[in-house]
Design a protein around this ligand. Sequence first.
Ligand SMILES: *Cc1c(COP(=O)(O)O)cnc(C)c1O
Length: 222
Amino acid sequence: MSIKNNIHSILNSIPENVSLIAVSKTKPVSTILEAYNAGQRAFGENKIQEMASKYEELPKDIEWHMIGHLQSNKVKHMAHFVHLIHGVDSFKTLIEINKQALKHNRIINCLLQLKIAKEDTKFGLSKLDLEHIVSSEEFTNLKNINIKGFMGMATFTKDKSIIRAEFKALQNINSIFQKSNTFNFNPSIVSLGMSDDYKIAIEEGSTMIRVGSLIFGERNYL
Ligand SMILES: *Cc1c(COP(=O)(O)O)cnc(C)c1O
């Protein structure tokens, strides 16, 4: 199977309202170009500096999605071009994103990462954290960010019932908060699902899937 075929077979198997982010972390620009030439424009990376150097080298109509855990001090390296930041999991990071966005006179779109997996290694906000953030006075001062929805990662397990229950939990929170709309909080995107679980994610309301190995093959970590 070629990258082109992989992309097209995924696109053919998902509803029109679901968008595909091709997760290109660890892959060279030549490989990303293959996907680009097959029509793919949205790419996801999990390291800010790796994404920034790929941005420099690749066509400028690519939408770059930051899907990894964020270090506040590195936000400045992507503030001028990032399309959507998926993994925002603290108020501190949100304040830094707002500050860097202001410097570039941009509004940066973000998703808040919710902790749905039981594993300690997975990051994310609880429903209570989320309530505190969006109801705070300080949040209304963040004029250069726009929260467009939520992101989650399920527990790493073969047990599909656990994965499904975790996706449902995120969708539950989403349905509560989707009613609230302010100038910087407009949840409509649900970023859920990877190579192994994107079908379940779509059944549970995902509107954005993040797929790497199914498109590009297994990753080789050095
Ligand atoms: C690596 C990664 C993906 C893609 O994983 P695959 O199993 O290769 O599809 C999706 N989301 C996040 C946050 C990732 O880090």
